[in-house]
Design a protein around this ligand. Structure first.
Ligand code: ZN
Length: 557
């Protein structure tokens, strides 16, 4: 089920309805306290057990569980499988085991966790307790792994679909990434978002650059001390319009519903990773953007990382296939959502109307002659150079290096002056992604001809390439709600009240109410407790806690 689709309800409801206590296994320790706080707001009795607690705190939780006071208990997998915990659980009447982030059990998946491999013991230890496994990201093969490795016998499988219709997918060729990012952000002032970069250094540089431009941008990566990290994460959750610039170290434990954009400044490693990272946007169902820039340098770098990794050959092959899958997706000339859903085994024939390809269909051109020039120049220069050098030869640049190599004497020298640097970059990128050229990582990323390039060189094949769009057409994001000027004041006042309550209770504002609930208050102006109860996100528990305060603010406007 996609992120934000209601996975937790699938175990919370039965756990509450049955006698006893539901046990939720989750690797996301940092998320547990948020989940418990949110449940307490709904008057559900919940607690968690993990290594972040003191011994006293742990004993307190265990006493409450043993006394039958808890409806839900969150436990980290390594903790769950300790003999003491198992012994304690056998005395607590667990009514179900929910294994969250179940894709972590698959070595084929990208989040593999050793501890998850031992979870099948639950079946022998608690034969009568039902188990449910949940994930937001599993292709067919990972789904099969979950069934086998958790020893689920003949389970019912529910696939809810992977589509996140409110997320708009966009991929741009990487030209001047910082300027491109700034243009993207210009239309998104006052919105919260995540910007992913590959390295710690580029995280620092990008955060610094955005701060200089007046954004509240905070870096997050494993090289920062834990206090800074947790401080930045807290500010991201508690304040409006904070941008987190991060490596992939950030996000697993984030459940902020109003993240309006997820940016990739560098290419992730697979479609799964991309889908999961972009899935952190728009969990509240409101429009959100998944925006990425990528170029040949990403292809070369990630390919080298796979080549140079310590993994065994079989594993490398899997990683290579996954990377190729994502590269192909980047170069699509058909609907991106359709391809994404297909990848996860959910065929769809409809054009989504909410991705860059649908909104701004790419133009293809007959690149046969240009490709022949590129390939033959790679051949003439001895298949020893990268794209930048070969481009210089094609464009007839009299650089020292070219003269030194005598390449200004080649027949291919200066045969590509009619095509710009930027276009050549696009051509080489697509030739690599489509397999006409390979990158030799053992020789500094030198380009080499492949078997496929022969037919093209001999004129036996034609080639259509995608024309890179230098500038995206302006597109105003459609919003479900449009506020009138007089409504802005009320919205502002409601936000202030929410902030005040949240600060006092030490919880993020969205745990009090989501934006959508505040917007309904503005739109419908409820004036009684009964009216408030009709709004999305307000139940009896929240009504008695906050109802009066919010009614007062609404009346005053
Ligand atoms: Zn589309």
């Amino acid at each position: 089920m996609p992120t934000g689709g209601g996975k937790s309800l699938c175990y919370q409801l039965p756990a509450l309805a049955l006698p006893g206590m539901g046990v939720i296994v989750s690797p996301l320790i940092a998320l547990m306290s948020d989940q418990v706080l949110a449940l307490e707001q709904l008057a559900v009795s919940a607690a968690y057990l993990n290594s972040s607690q003191s011994l006293d705190e742990q004993n307190h939780v265990m006493r409450r569980a043993a006394a039958g006071e808890l409806d839900l208990l969150y436990v980290a997998p390594e903790r769950l499988l300790q003999p003491a915990t198992l012994d304690f659980l056998s005395r607590c009447n667990p009514n179900l085991f929910a294994i969250d982030e179940a894709h972590c059990v698959s070595t084929w998946g990208h989040d593999f966790r050793e501890d998850y491999l031992h979870l099948h013991h639950l079946k022998t230890l608690f034969p009568d307790v039902p188990r449910i496994a949940l994930t937001a990201t599993a292709d067919q093969r990972t789904q099969q792994d979950i069934v086998t490795r958790l020893d689920l016998q003949d389970p019912d499988i529910y696939v809810e679909g992977f589509d996140r219709p409110n997320i708009c997918y966009t991929v741009h060729p990487k030209q001047e990434p910082k300027r491109q990012l700034l243009e993207f952000l210009a239309e998104r002032a006052n919105e919260a978002g995540i910007v992913y970069c590959l390295s710690r250094k580029s995280v620092e540089q990008t955060a610094f650059y955005l701060s200089e431009q007046g954004y509240t941008a905070l870096p997050y990566h494993a090289g920062l001390d834990s206090r800074t990290r947790s401080n930045h994460q807290k500010r991201f959750l508690a304040e409006d319009a904070v941008i987190i610039v991060a490596t992939i170290a950030f996000g697993m434990s984030i459940d902020k519903p109003d993240v309006r954009f997820v940016v990739h400044m560098d290419l992730p490693k697979s479609v799964e990773a991309y889908y999961q990272e972009t899935g952190r946007g728009g969990r509240d169902g409101e429009p959100a953007d998944a925006w990425m820039v990528y170029g040949l340098q990403d292809v070369v770098r990630l390919g080298r990382m796979v080549d140079e990794s310590q993994a065994d050959p079989a594993h490398k092959r899997i990683e290579r296939t996954k990377l190729d899958g994502l590269l192909g997706w980047c170069e699509l000339t058909t609907c991106r959502r359709q391809a994404l859903l297909n990848y996860f085994g959910e065929p769809s024939s409809a054009q989504c109307g909410n991705c860059d390809v649908c909104l701004n269909p790419p133009v293809t051109w007959d690149a046969t002659e240009a490709a022949q020039k590129a390939l033959s120049c790679v051949y003439r220069t001895g298949q020893r150079f990268g794209a930048a050098y070969v481009t210089d030869v094609l464009r007839g640049e009299h650089t020292d290096r070219i003269k030194l190599n005598g390449h200004d004497q080649l027949t291919t020298f200066g045969i590509g002056t009619d095509i710009s640097d930027q276009q050549w970059r696009s051509i080489f990128r697509q030739l690599v992604v489509r397999g006409y050229l390979t990158v030799d990582h053992a020789h500094h990323g030198a380009l080499k001809l492949s078997e496929d390039s022969r037919a093209l060189l001999k004129g036996d094949a034609e080639l259509q390439l995608r024309e890179d769009q230098t500038k995206a057409k302006k597109r105003r994001r459609k919003s479900t709600y449009k506020l009138e000027i007089e409504d802005e004041d009320l919205m502002e006042a409601l936000r202030d009240l929410r902030k005040e309550i949240a600060t006092e209770a030490g919880i993020p504002p969205y745990v009090v109410f989501h934006d959508a609930t505040l917007l309904e208050m503005v739109e419908l102006r409820p004036n009684t407790a009964a009216n408030l109860l009709e709004l999305t996100g307000i139940g009896q528990a929240k009504l008695s806690k906050y109802g009066d305060q919010f009614l007062q603010v609404i009346k005053a406007h």
